[in-house]
Write a protein that binds this ligand. Structure first.
Ligand code: CP3
Length: 350
């Protein structure tokens, strides 16, 4: 278990530790050859529910990059699998559901599943988290995560990945009662998943509302925020709330002060984000993943700009604006960490 003085935990409380905390969304996964090797022959969700595999994959980027946090290797749909929902992750595509939840009857049926069943089935998650925490140093906490109700619904209602999430967004307006019933249930299911990771030793959590950017601000406030609030309320470790394309309602992403940190994508400079969210919240972000393949001087200037603008926030956790793209050269991530920590390796001939 990391010390409460770990740089990440200090920054989430609003301090500016000497060592700039940095980690990367999707730091575990396909950008690492050792991950690709370990995953051969095992389906994604089976890997997530095999404690020694999930723990080892979580630790791989820690060994490589000297990041200031581990993010639990799992997926936002794992708690739905634990609830008995028929879901697979298709490589190159994403989560696919055998029975999309589209009608009032579908919603009534799925919400009869007791979220306590998820908690009961989550022992592999607890066990994997315990194994990770046992291996981490004092300065590197484990971050647990879950999908926010809207992002989960964006898959569950559509049946798979979609661009505009029209069916999920449509349900809110066509049948608000069913929407609220479904989103309230998803909040409890994600909460059970978060609690399992915290029981296993996670010392911070991140709620991913990756697709919230497809919502109008008023829709976010009325149909989404109360349920995301429910997923995080009463949790006793620091909370990070992340979305992509949420600049139009960034202040609402604080969930009325419940979030200790708000994750910002690459579209909005952090000083502008700080002006929107005010002095009571830490910002996390927002290196543009598209720059990871740029020549180092270009990327370095971008990272420095992100760090400089991050000074406008009460505190800053350096991260990407969204996940690590699978074709990223992992050495670039290692170099960003060294640079942020102020000990650049000798300049290379690029
Ligand atoms: O390192 C980490 O960040 C931890 C692991 C993690 C995964 N998924 C592993 C994963 C986390 C935090 C997630 C969350 C997740 N899953 C989100 C929210 C984060 C985000 O990126 O916005 C979403 C939307 C999903 C749904 C999902 N799962 C998608 C869209 C995909 C990609 C499908 C593909 O193949 O392109 C997945 C699969 C997935 N989740 C992989 C990994 C490492 C790839 C699986 C593989 O190796 O084949």
């Amino acid at each position: 278990m990391a010390s409460l003085d770990a740089p990440l935990l200090r920054a989430l409380r609003g301090d500016r530790p000497e060592r700039q905390p940095v980690w990367f969304m999707r730091q575990a996964g396909r950008s690492l050859p050792e991950y690709r090797e370990l995953r051969v022959g095992t389906r994604m969700l089976d890997a997530c529910l095999t404690p020694d595999l999930a723990a080892e994959i979580t630790l791989q980027p820690i060994r490589r990059h000297d990041v200031d946090a581990a993010i639990f290797f799992s997926d936002i749909v794992v708690p739905l699998r634990l609830a008995g929902v028929d879901v697979v992750i298709e490589p190159g595509r994403g989560p696919v559901f055998a029975d999309p939840v589209r009608t009032a009857d579908d919603v009534a049926r799925i919400t009869t599943i007791d979220p306590a069943d998820v908690a009961a089935a989550a022992e592999p998650v607890r066990e994997a988290a315990r194994r990770v925490v046992a291996e981490l140093s004092d300065s590197v906490p484990l971050i647990g995560f879950a999908g926010a109700p809207f992002t989960l619904a964006a898959y569950l209602v559509e049946g798979g990945p979609s661009k505009e999430h029209l069916r999920a967004r449509g349900m809110m307006h066509a049948d608000p009662a069913s929407w609220h019933r479904l989103a309230g249930w998803l909040a409890k299911v994600s909460r059970a998943f978060l609690d399992a990771q915290i029981d296993g030793g996670a010392q911070a959590v991140q709620l991913f509302d990756s697709w919230a950017g497809s919502l109008a601000p008023a829709t976010f406030r009325e149909f989404i925020a109360p349920h995301s609030h429910e997923a995080l309320e009463g949790i006793e470790v620091p909370r990070i709330h992340f979305g992509v394309g949420t600049g139009a309602f960034l202040d609402d992403m604080r969930l009325g002060g419940l979030a200790d940190a708000v994750g910002v994508d690459w579209r909005m400079p952090l000083d502008e984000a700080a002006a929107l969210v005010g002095p009571d919240v830490t910002l996390q972000g927002n290196i543009d993943p598209a720059l990871l393949g740029a020549p180092w001087p270009v990327l370095e200037a971008h990272v420095d700009d992100v760090l400089a603008r991050g000074r406008a926030a009460r505190a800053h956790v350096l991260n990407l604006g969204h996940g690590v793209p699978p074709d990223t050269d992992p050495d670039v991530l290692t170099r960003i960490v060294a640079h942020a920590h102020g000990h650049d390796p000798a300049p290379r001939a690029d």
